[in-house]
Design a protein around this ligand. Structure first.
Ligand code: IMP
Length: 454
């Protein structure tokens, strides 16, 4: 069977922990979109690993697959694999031949575009990993796929077509001098080596066939979404989005399996009990705190809010895994969750960070928005409208800190009563059951009500 893990908000909901929690019976963990913009921390036998490309489950002996919907920077991939090898770990990672390759020029162009946009405060706040420019080339039919790295003639021919275009763009349009990152011979030599290594180490797969064979053989597969629903290129707040589909539909197109396979399994929406965001864009329930990130939106400035935001940020460790940037923080936003539940068809939810919210007298949840005098229950289609939304906040009584491991051991009824009220409201509003509640960073610090593979 399959379980698909999808971020219900703006990324950083704690998807890796849930993959870990539910993933024990899984044989394969497959990513279906994104690239090395997705940071995750894995603790294995007491050692912490910071990974951005290798699927977290691969460190725990599962087969990791980077599906065709991913964009792969081979430098990052081999750096991560070599670092793991230094610690005597030899994860089995397969890469789709149809996945697209991130080249150094993509990163340069990502940076240039952000710089130019920042002159008018329009930057997206990307991770700078070249993700957008690589997906642009994919859609523009000038990208290189992983499979192209193993054919020298194709590799050279395609580089000879595309690199001069990129050089002209950087130099003639943006007036930026570029060096080796745009040198065809240097790129050819480096990337040919990657192709050889991928082939020699038997890492190349036709993802759809590979995964279908594993399913036929009775394997369990987890599809691990990166980022989150509101930064989905289609369903997110364009243009403050990543360039792929983290929503559940992406698990079909990004692996080569049919939507019936994805929908026939469980689709779990991962929710953080509050909201955080890196990068720009509206955030109607935002608490004041990190300045200047929200073009077109004034925020709810105020000293009390700033203190609250700082407390939640510190308690929740809300700093970007890839970039180290402090994350913006806000109250839980139900319109976001209704939108996410519809777009991905969640069969269950996991709500993380209930422990982070302990100790506050009261908490708020954005139940709906007021947009131009009307109440709306879900996220408007345009980012301009979303930026005009005022949240209608509901107040919930807070809960005290607790011995969370004991709570996890005793189950849902052992959660503080007010936390249960908060969680039951979320589940009722979304008409979706809660399978797990995160009450701490470790696997043991989770209240489990339902294990999707069982
Ligand atoms: P990109 O994916 O680097 O192109 O960045 C596009 C937008 O997605 C920016 O707002 C990033 O901050 C955001 N983003 C990308 N990856 C993540 C992630 O793993 N967590 C949260 N936000 C992300």
């Amino acid at each position: 069977m399959t379980v698909t893990i999808v971020g219900a908000q703006l990324g950083d909901e704690g998807k890796g922990g849930i993959v870990d929690l539910f993933g024990e019976p899984a044989d394969v963990v497959a990513r279906y979109q994104g690239g090395d913009n997705a940071g995750h921390t894995v603790v294995h036998e007491g050692v912490e690993y910071k990974l951005s490309l290798v699927p977290s489950g691969a460190v725990r002996g599962k087969i990791g697959v980077l599906g065709n919907g991913c964009v792969v920077n081979p430098r990052t991939l081999f750096d991560e694999l070599d670092t793991l090898a230094d610690r005597d770990l030899d994860p089995d990672v397969r890469v789709a031949r149809r996945a697209h390759v991130i080249f150094p020029y993509h990163r340069v162009l990502d940076g240039i575009e952000e710089d130019v946009k920042s002159e008018t405060d329009d930057e997206v706040g990307t991770t700078g990993r070249g993700i957008g420019p690589t997906y642009e080339d994919k859609a523009g039919r000038r990208g290189l796929r992983i499979g192209d790295l193993t054919d020298e003639d194709v590799l050279r021919r395609k580089l000879e077509y595309v690199v001069p275009q990129k050089r002209a763009l950087a130099e003639d349009v943006y007036g930026v001098d570029v060096g080796e990152k745009f040198d065809i011979d240097a790129l050819f030599e480096e990337y040919r080596e990657y192709g050889t290594r991928l082939a020699d180490e038997d890492m190349l797969v036709n993802a759809g066939d590979f995964l279908a064979d594993r399913l036929d053989a009775g394997d369990n597969i987890i599809f691990e979404g990166a980022q989150g629903t509101l930064i989905d290129i289609d369903h997110g707040n364009y243009p403050y989005v990543t360039s792929s589909n983290p929503t559940a539909g992406g698990a079909a197109t990004g692996t080569g399996l049919g939507p019936d396979v994805i929908g026939g399994g469980e689709i779990i929406g991962i929710v953080k009990a509050y909201l955080s965001r890196v990068g720009s864009g509206p955030m109607p329930t935002e608490l004041a705190g990190v300045e200047g990130d929200t073009p077109g939106y004034e925020g709810n400035a105020g000293e009390r809010e700033e203190t609250l935001a700082t407390e939640i940020r510190e308690a929740g460790g809300e700093y970007g895994t890839v970039t180290g940037r402090p994350r913006r923080v806000g109250w839980l936003d139900m319109p976001i969750l209704r939108h996410a539940t519809r777009a991905s068809g969640f069969s269950g939810l996991a709500v993380n960070h209930i422990d982070t919210l302990a100790g506050f007298d009261e908490l708020k949840i954005g139940h709906s928005y007021t947009l131009d005098g009307e109440e709306v229950l879900t996220v408007p289609a345009t980012t301009g409208e979303w930026a005009r939304c005022e949240p209608n906040l509901r107040t919930f009584e807070g809960w005290d800190d607790a011995d969370w491991e004991a709570v996890a051991a005793d189950g849902y009824d052992a959660l503080p009563e007010n936390a249960q009220t908060y969680l039951d409201y979320i589940s009722d509003e979304l008409d979706t059951p809660i399978y797990a509640v995160g009450v701490g960073p470790g696997r043991e610090q989770s209240v489990v009500r339902e294990r999707p593979f069982e």
